[in-house]
Every structure is written in structure tokens, then in C-alpha cells.
Ligand binder design. Structure first.
Ligand code: NAD
Ligand code: GLY
Length: 368
């Protein structure tokens, strides 16, 4: 098992990464579960795959799992499910010192974390991430949120978990498409600050996706360690460092919005395409070489992920995509900061990007 400390001042915690952590859940959580009844929030698909294991593990530790099971998918991250979840936690008489368990992907982690942030002005919670995306990104760092009709993740709070248990066994039941979507966030850590890790992804990414357990542990642990370093320095994203984790997200968000935040394009798939676009746009501005940008596109294609937006059949122009960007929550006094690349492994925040230039660039990319 790998153990990565997240040394946030006032709220430090561990991310444990290994196989079988859900099966030994009570032991892993020892000292944190104060009552017999333990509230667990999950979605129906994860409950089907892992509910029995969690139930049994808690039972062996003298606990009883009490479940709130949401419909799978992004649509559950809304006001109605948040309100109903908070009411349910109140009915369960959860106190501020109690822990709520979030068993699932980023949707469950974000919603549960936000419910925990506002319940009685903040109760504790433990992240049990079951997707690759949640293990390498969303379960770590304390960003919690729901979506509203105005946009994604527009209402939320920073609220750190007390513990993160990333069970690699959970990835065995994850659909391949979801696994690959999560891989985009793994590659992101290489592109934004660690060229050697991108080279590792080129060498081992395909075998990791195919199921090699040691490679999976390395990929998750290395990604979490990178995120922990950033979050420790810039927990609330005020210094321009944590913002680098948004590499590919501004372009990706526009693609997700254009496809209606639907299963046509998963979040991680949008991030992968967005990183290719950020790299090519950086090359167009003379910041990085075109060869390096194409190397990124080639890597996603080699592991069977979409790398060209011309293949999405979007039926829109570049200006339409830019229009979606204007609703991005990163808009700051009329300007939109973009994470661009000087090279593979060196990202920076550009605050002087002309959106008309972005639209022209996207016209070219959409045409293929
Ligand atoms: P998700 O939570 O919707 O999970 C994807 C699908 O996989 C769901 O249908 C789920 O039921 C299923 N699933 C999950 N684990 C499974 C398993 N082990 N076996 C079988 N099926 C399983 O999606 P996600 O990609 O994990 O998360 C996306 C969300 O994360 C978005 O809402 C995004 O905004 C958020 N996010 C948050 C942060 C953050 O820092 N808080 C970072 C990145 C993304
Ligand atoms: N996923 C981006 C962040 O946690 O800041």
C-alpha cells in the first residue's frame, strides 16, 4: 500500500492507495467511526458492485452501514439531491464529529463532500473513490460542489476529507470508457509539471489501463503525490498554482457544454481533448513546439482515446465554443485565464489570451 500525506495546514490527512482497502474498511477507518450506524452515500451502480463488500467490512468491525443510494450520473449533483441528502443525514442524527462515507466517483465525492461541508456547519467525511478520475483527482484536495442550471460546479465549498482510501480493486469493475476518461487526469500531471511522468505514461499507460496492478498503484500514487504538493501550497486556488490543475479544462468545458454535459463526452474525455487543444494553441502562439503538441495527441490516440475534435461531429463553429467559455467560473473581471504549455512538463497561467484568436484556432481544429 502507498500512503501519501496531504499536509494542509489545520486539516492534514492521508491518501492510502492499495488493493483490498474496501474489504478492510473498518480497520482502515479505525478510531474514526464512533457509532454503530455508519452513513454511506453512493450511487446505484457502485452499490451493485461494491455495496456488499462495504457492508460486510463494516459489519466485521461491529458497524452497520446505512445507505443513501443516488441514481448514477452527473445529474445527481443537483440542489434536490443535496437537500435530500442533508435532510437524510439530519434524520440519521449525524453529529459534527461523525464521519460520512462517500463511496463512488467524483459525482458522489463532490455531493457528499458538500453535504458534509454544510451539515451543522461542517461534519467529517471519508472519500472512498471508485473511479480512476476520483482516485487521482476529485477525492483529493477538498473541492466539493453541485451543478445548477447556470452551470457546472458553480455552488460548493472547500472542505477537506479526513481520509481517502483508494482501493485499486474498484477499478476492476469500472467500465473501460470511464477508466480511460480518468487516465486523462493522470496524463495531466505529467503535462503540467513532470515531463518524466509523461514519458512514463507513454511507456506504461497502455499496460496500466489494461490492468497491471503495480503500474496502477504507481500511476495513482504518483498522481496523488503531485496533487498533494500543489494543494498544500495553494489550497484555495489563490496563488495561481492550483489553477494549473485546470490544464485542458477551459477547452474541455466548452466541449462538454456543446455536447450538453451528456454521455456523448465524459468529463475526462473532454479534458484529454482540451489538453491537446491547449498544447496546439500554445504551439500556435510559439510557446511550445508543434512536435510536442502532436506527441500529446498521439499518446491519447495510441491508448484508444479521442484526440481530434473534428471527429466529434459538433456541428458548431469556434465562436460557439468560445461562447461557452464565457460562462466559465474562472472568468475574472472580464478576462479568462488559460493554462498553456511552454513544453511538456511546464504549464503556466496565461491571462492575455484573445478569445477571437481562440475562436479562429478552434475553427481550424473543428475543420480537421
Ligand atoms: P462518476 O462519479 O459519474 O462515475 C462514473 C460512472 O462510473 C458512474 O456511472 C458510476 O456509477 C460508475 N462507477 C463508479 N465507480 C465504479 C466502479 N468501481 N465500478 C463500476 N462502476 C463504477 O464520474 P467521475 O468521472 O468519477 O467524476 C466526475 C465528476 O467529478 C464530475 O462531476 C466532475 O465535476 C467532478 N470532479 C471533481 C473534482 C474535484 O476536485 N472535486 C475534480 C475532477 C472532477
Ligand atoms: N481538479 C482541480 C482541482 O482540484 O483543483
Amino acid at each position: 500500500m502507498a500512503v501519501i500525506p496531504v499536509d494542509i495546514a489545520g486539516a492534514p490527512y492521508e491518501v492510502r492507495i492499495g488493493t483490498g482497502l474496501l474489504a478492510s474498511l473498518a480497520e482502515q477507518c479505525s478510531g474514526r467511526l464512533r457509532k454503530r450506524r455508519v452513513p454511506v452515500i453512493t450511487d446505484a451502480q457502485v452499490h451493485k458492485a461494491w455495496g456488499g463488500v462495504v457492508e460486510q467490512a463494516l459489519h466485521e468491525g461491529g458497524h452497520e452501514a446505512v445507505w443513501r443510494i443516488l441514481p448514477p450520473g452527473e445529474a445527481s449533483k443537483n440542489w434536490e439531491q443535496l437537500a435530500a441528502t442533508v435532510d437524510w443525514l439530519l434524520a440519521e442524527e449525524v453529529e459534527r464529529g461523525d464521519h460520512v462515507l462517500a463511496l463512488g466517483g467524483g459525482v458522489i465525492g463532490d455531493l457528499t463532500g458538500f453535504a458534509a461541508a454544510i451539515l451543522k456547519r461542517g461534519c467529517k467525511f471519508i472519500q472512498l473513490p471508485t473511479t480512476l478520475l476520483a482516485q487521482v483527482d476529485s477525492s483529493v484536495g477538498g473541492k466539493t460542489a453541485i451543478n445548477t442550471p447556470a452551470g457546472k460546479n458553480l455552488v460548493g465549498a472547500f472542505h477537506q476529507p479526513s481520509l481517502v482510501l483508494a482501493d485499486l480493486a474498484a477499478l476492476d469493475t469500472l467500465p473501460e470508457r470511464e477508466l480511460k476518461a480518468g487516465y486523462a487526469e493522470v496524463v495531466k500531471y505529467g503535462l503540467l509539471g513532470d515531463a518524466d511522468f509523461f514519458a512514463w505514461c507513454q511507456a506504461h499507460g497502455a499496460a496500466m489501463l489494461a490492468g497491471d496492478a503495480a503500474l496502477r498503484e504507481y500511476a495513482v500514487a504518483h498522481s496523488v503525490a503531485a496533487k498533494a504538493r500543489i494543494v498544500k501550497e495553494d489550497e484555495k486556488e489563490t496563488l495561481g498554482l492550483r489553477a494549473l490543475l485546470n490544464l485542458g479544462h477551459t477547452f474541455g468545458h466548452a466541449l462538454e457544454a456543446q455536447t450538453g454535459f451528456s454521455s456523448r463526452l465524459l468529463h475526462g474525455e473532454g479534458v484529454a481533448l482540451g489538453m491537446v487543444l491547449a498544447a496546439r494553441f500554445s504551439a500556435r502562439r510559439g510557446l511550445m513546439t508543434q512536435d510536442s503538441a502532436e506527441c500529446i495527441a498521439r499518446h491519447f490516440a495510441e491508448v484508444g482515446m479521442a484526440s481530434e475534435i473534428s471527429a466529434l461531429g459538433l456541428n458548431c463553429n469556434g465562436q460557439a465554443l468560445v461562447q461557452h467559455m464565457l460562462h466559465d467560473k474562472k472568468m475574472d473581471a472580464g478576462t479568462l485565464p488559460f493554462v498553456l504549455l511552454k513544453s511538456i512538463g511546464e504549464a503556466f497561467l496565461a491571462k492575455d489570451v484573445d478569445l477571437a484568436e481562440v475562436a479562429r484556432f478552434l475553427d481550424g481544429e473543428l475543420a480537421g
